[in-house]
Design a protein. Structure first.
Lengths: 278, 351
């Protein structure tokens, strides 16, 4: 038997001994650096060409502020809707067997691959004033969706929810189902298993999916402009405002882009620290 | 066969088929002992309702639970790696079951606290499972399973995740903790010591079938398969008895081997004797031992304070001798020796 002795801490400043694994190969390093440059340089360009002297004045422009506010609220609303509908859908796809499950999963991912404009057209054809459902909504309830803030949210949900569903389904499949079995042996119904065991255990995955979903909703352009139009204050979100500004006042577009960039970065960094790495 | 738990489990998965009849009385601990992949855990999961039966039944305390959903079965289960919910404290883990059964929050927590205290974990009630040691986590898992007041307690390899020193302590205390339990317990293990110490009855499972059932003493003294014989450390042979002689079944060997018994028997028989009953000689012995075989030394290894000598026959057998005897005989691999066993040391029973 050896006697236990307290571990001796490494002397400060002493190099840790580690096995040498050699230099990273250039065939990976060079493309990686090119990728970083390609992704980061455009933002550097934004910073360089920004009209810094009258920045403060431009930022107080009510049109900028209302577009920013609209973007943040609609993207958040779209994320909430996606969570309420998408998490149950992801659970069904991951945990149950039903006829046509593969087909449903394929259909759910369609919005990821089609151009958002096409999504906007499709939404318009179904929910537009003369659309298949839209006609009835209008005549029976007096509800018109297109070209309202609700339409902005719906367009965003349409393009962003698949990100959430795929991400949450992935973490549900990755979760250890034996914990759910353990809960069942303790008398938990499937609902209780879901709310008290599954949900808390896949929360990081749901948070990551929600962040992805929110980011996608925030950047949504094509479906929004087609289905919701471009009305300042009600449907003109930041991406639309950037696009419009680009036509008449490119400097304003740069300012709007910078604002959008900073807000997105701030939110993503905050959420990342709070959730994704948890 | 027990009447409190009465189960006939039949199911197949790919090439594996389980066909096992299990029973236990109220308050009894039944151990399913067997090698890895024998179907012990599958049998336990079938009792819990976690895998569906193709045929058979599960009756607990006179009630048919064959088709009862898992969450409504009167069971408590301790999983091999415990599966404590990582996002809940030890107390909330234990209170989870009572809450699911409809107890109020305060009542559930009170019951959980009582169980944790009973198992000596009162000061760890607020700890997350990640902060518990293996032994503590195991006790929390046991408390969680007992909290639902099951009539059938299922323990899947309860010692497997513990380190060797904790295992000794837990093995000794687990039986004590289970003493007040009024239902039947089914325990899965591949460790014969767990089964011998903890169980009232042992069912040996091999290849999806129960090959032997009995009390630990019966199983240890009269093993029915080579696997059990090896586990309990006996030399075991199969043969046919006639009078006080058993002729061993030869597996294609030309030489017939006979074993003399202390008492007469007839028909197919199993013959068992412990390795320590085997004496080794360098010359053919005269006198007392009535069974003498010429064998070859196949291997020598340290076994406690004895030396285990593996001998190639026929018959193939193991002998435990003192280190002094090894030196005296100058045992080396390949050497020819004579192995002697007194007839009085041989146990024979019906095959």
């Amino acid at each position: 038997m050896t006697t236990a002795s307290p571990a001796t801490p490494a002397a400060p400043g002493r190099r840790r001994l580690r096995a040498r694994s050699g230099r990273p190969p250039w065939i990976l390093v060079v493309p990686a650096l090119a990728a970083v440059a390609f992704l980061v340089l455009p933002f550097a360009g934004l910073l360089v060409s920004a009209p810094w002297p009258d920045m403060g004045e431009r930022l107080r422009d009510p049109e900028v502020l209302s577009a920013l506010w609209l973007s943040l609220t609609t993207a958040t609303a779209a994320t909430v809707v996606s969570l309420l509908l998408g998490v149950p859908l992801a659970w069904l796809l991951a945990r149950t067997e039903f006829p046509g499950r593969r087909l449903v999963r394929a259909l759910v991912t369609v919005p990821l691959v089609i151009p958002p404009v096409v999504g906007g057209v499709a939404l318009l054809l179904v929910l537009g004033r003369n659309g298949i459902l839209g006609t009835h909504l209008d005549t029976w309830f007096g509800i018109t969706i297109p070209f309202t803030t609700a339409a902005v949210v719906m367009a965003q949900v349409f393009v962003a929810m698949p990100f959430l569903v795929i991400s949450v389904e992935g973490s549900l499949r990755g979760a250890d189902r034996r914990y759910e079995e353990a809960a069942a042996t303790l008398g938990a119904s499937r609902t209780t298993v879901f709310t008290r065991v599954t949900l808390p255990m896949v929360l990081p995955g749901i948070a990551a999916g929600a962040v992805l979903c929110w980011a996608r909703a925030l950047g949504e352009f094509g479906a929004t402009i087609t289905f919701a139009g471009n009305f300042p204050g009600t449907t003109q979100t930041m991406p639309l405002a950037v696009y419009m500004a680009m036509q008449r006042d490119p400097e304003a577009a740069v300012v709007l882009s910078l604002v959008l960039l900073l807000v997105s970065l701030a939110v993503l960094v905050t959420l990342r620290e709070r959730w994704v790495n948890a | 066969m027990g009447s409190f738990l009465d189960a006939q489990l039949r199911l197949s998965r790919g090439t594996f088929a389980l066909d096992a009849a299990l029973g236990a009385e109220r308050g009894e601990i039944l151990a399913l002992l067997g090698p890895n992949g024998a179907g012990k855990s599958t049998a336990l999961r079938a009792l819990a309702g976690l895998v569906p039966l193709e045929d058979g039944h599960v009756r607990v305390d006179g009630r048919d639970e064959t088709t009862t959903p898992v969450e409504q079965r009167p069971i408590g289960m301790v999983f091999q790696d415990y599966l404590l919910f990582p996002h809940m404290s030890a107390l909330d883990n234990v209170a989870f079951g009572p809450r699911c059964q409809g107890a109020g929050r305060a009542e559930a927590r009170e019951r959980a606290a009582g169980l944790l205290e009973h198992l000596g974990l009162a000061e760890h009630a607020g700890a997350r499972p990640g902060r518990l040691s293996g032994g503590q986590a195991q006790r929390v898992a046991l408390a969680r399973a007992l909290a639902v007041r099951p009539r059938l307690l299922l323990l899947d390899e309860p010692m497997a995740a513990l380190d060797a020193s904790t295992r000794v302590e837990v093995r000794a205390r687990l039986r004590h903790w289970l003493e007040g339990f009024e239902g039947a317990t089914v325990l899965v293990t591949h460790d014969p010591l767990d089964a011998m110490v903890l169980a009232d009855r042992i069912a040996v499972v091999e290849g999806g079938r129960v090959v032997q059932q009995g009390t630990p003493t019966e199983v240890a003294r009269r093993p029915r398969t080579a696997y059990v014989a090896r586990l309990v450390g006996l030399n075991l042979f199969r043969g046919t008895a006639e009078g006080t002689t058993v002729t061993l079944d030869t597996l294609g060997e030309e030489e017939t081997v006979e074993v003399r018994l202390p008492a007469p028997a007839e028909g197919p028989a199993l013959v068992a004797f412990p390795p320590r009953a085997v004496a080794l000689y360098s010359e053919p012995p005269h006198g007392s031992p009535r069974n003498v075989w010429r064998v070859r030394v196949d291997g020598v290894e340290r076994f406690g304070d004895q030396v285990r000598v593996h001998l190639a026959g026929p018959p193939d057998l193991a002998a435990d001798v003192s280190p002094a005897a090894v030196a005296e005989l100058g045992l080396v691999r390949g050497q020819t020796v004579w192995a002697g066993v007194k007839a009085a040391e041989v146990e024979s029973y019906g095959a």
